[in-house]
Design a binder for this molecule. Sequence first.
Ligand code: WTA
Length: 694
Amino acid sequence: LPVSSGSRMVSLVVNGASSADNLAPTAVSEQVKSVANEELFYPSDEFRASALISSREQYDNLYKRSVEDPDGFWADIASNFFWKTKWDDSNGKIHSENVDIRKGRINIEWFKGGKTNICYNAVDRHVEAGRGDDIAILWEGNEPGDEKTLTYKDLLGSICQLANYLRTLGVRKGDAVAIYMPMITDLPVAMLACSRIGAVHSVVFGGFSADALSQRITDCRAKVLLTTSGVCRGSKVIKLKEIVDEALSLCLAGGHTLESVLVFPNDSAIKRQDTPWIANRDIWWPDVVPDSIESPIEWVDAEDPLFLLYTSGSTGKPKGVLHTTGGYMVYTATTFKYAFDYRKGDVYWCTADCGWITGHSYVTYGPFLNGATVVVFEGVPTYPDASRCWEIVEKYKVNILYTAPTAIRALMRFGDQFVKPLARKSLRVLGSVGEPINPSAWSWYYEVVGDRHCPIVDTWWQTETGGFMITPLPGAWPLKPGSATLPFLGVQPAIVDEKGNELEGECSGYLCIKASWPGAFRTLYEAHERYETTYFSPFQGYYFSGDGCRRDKDGYYWLTGRVDDVINVSGHRIGTAEVESALVSHPLCTEAAVVGYEHEVKGQGIYAFVTLLEGVPFTDKLRKALILTVREQIGAFAAPDIIHWAPGLPKTRSGKIMRRILRKIASKQLDDLGDTSTLAEPAVIEQLIALTGK
Ligand code: WTA
């Protein structure tokens, strides 16, 4: 379904020939079915009585102001933060933007001219206000009983020490620092130490392979890498430093030399003496980081870059999403506060890893900017058994829990007996992110975990958006299971049809956003044109999210999944093109086509059709080798669940693979293949079906 976009034709799609098809991906079929009996879940009177935003009317008024006078609205909020120098509002505006590609270069700026520092606002400010003894991090290790508490004062001390050392390594404002670490307290410390000195962090999720890590380090030309010797995840030991060494030799081969590797020892995973070491480059973190706990702050412009985070797109290599300082700071703090109805003293736990955007905005920045107490968990929800999460909730008296549908589904399968014996009375708000939450997971989360008294905040947002875009404000309006409900303050969603016409009222279409919001990403690193083409060209005048969406009669938004070639596996975004290119790098694989299919736990699973060199038999050994190739090039989380041998792939006469048909085969909807009349060789379909499950 090509969408005309001025001079470019952007191929949007994916699910196939008709837009109706596009907007109903398989993963949310349960949801689509349940829409008929929409039930409303109201916040309790008790919840509302103390909620920050406690009625629809209050929201409506705030929302009206936020879109009619965004400058005034956000200036008021921003003035609650510390600015060394106030932003330039000489023309009465605090932001400038062009999000309409027809009018020229896309450009978004908020609070420009303002000088601030996000680390100062997230940490120093609380200590200076006498809250240094408040707990910042409750760390829970992989093994039960392994724990550590950091007050805001402790956090500040660790940040300053590392910040000073990074300076002695020559890291300066604007330099990129790569971080490849597990969920130990030093990971948020590392992020904040970078932002303290104006360095741009690029956190790479610890599950990425050496290839993927090297690609990300090289792309941003990081000078320094912060890592850990190894980590235990559940019963597995992962030797991160070995992966790092392999990644850095790949960088070297590609012409990029990284100067220093700062390694945090983790003796429980691997002993120091067993950790592979390269002299003159590798440094043991605790041996060198000085004791001094003072480190001057680098005041940066609101529009100076804060971090890069690579994310998958529908084509080509991963994109370096760039966020800047001021707008991101104001936006993550504000969304955190209102969507979770955060109150001082709350214990908050987000199960995401800092390697993803959720860990940036809602483990590190949003909560610390609010002075919250954050549980940081190193392990996995099912180790030593499926009661671990609820033990943590009981132990730390967690008030706000934020997790993903895939985790909920995984835990739900073990049964209620793992949840019920543990005290969950402390819980007040439950959050969900990463994919549409299906009704059965929603009900279990609501009924069993929350004992029917916690609103479920289903937050829709993206790496690109920096913070929540469509989300319940839990005291303000009733929930509908599976709907992210209404836009956050200042966010103007638009649903458009395939021609880019904005639809009104009840409708289904492509989810776009009109106008900018402070947390929006500003560019793709060194790829501004790709930024414009990917996000602003498909529907001119709007930011295009890549998601399909329905709006119901009450104005509630229902996300229906990606409409581009991105699949969502356990809440991780994976570009099908990346998996395909890994598969075809195997010498025996000549062609690959990857699609998503409905998966009970992961939401979507990865289904790969592969064509082999003529005469090569498809054996179990080869299947494993193909999967291993993907694990090595991307990471274990991107490994295909199913490999389907395809002697030929269904193509149009112009040679384009018809993924719509492959998607149907993957989801076993064989009697509903749709229009196959444009196929170059109709016989390949029979052949493929015959090989299903082989
Ligand atoms: C999907 C994660 C439905 C969506 C924060 C989006 C969701 C992609 C939800 C972004 C939700 C995230 N309901 N879908 N509540 N949250 N998504 O960049 O397809 O890793 O485009 O950011 O996840 O994934 P990303």
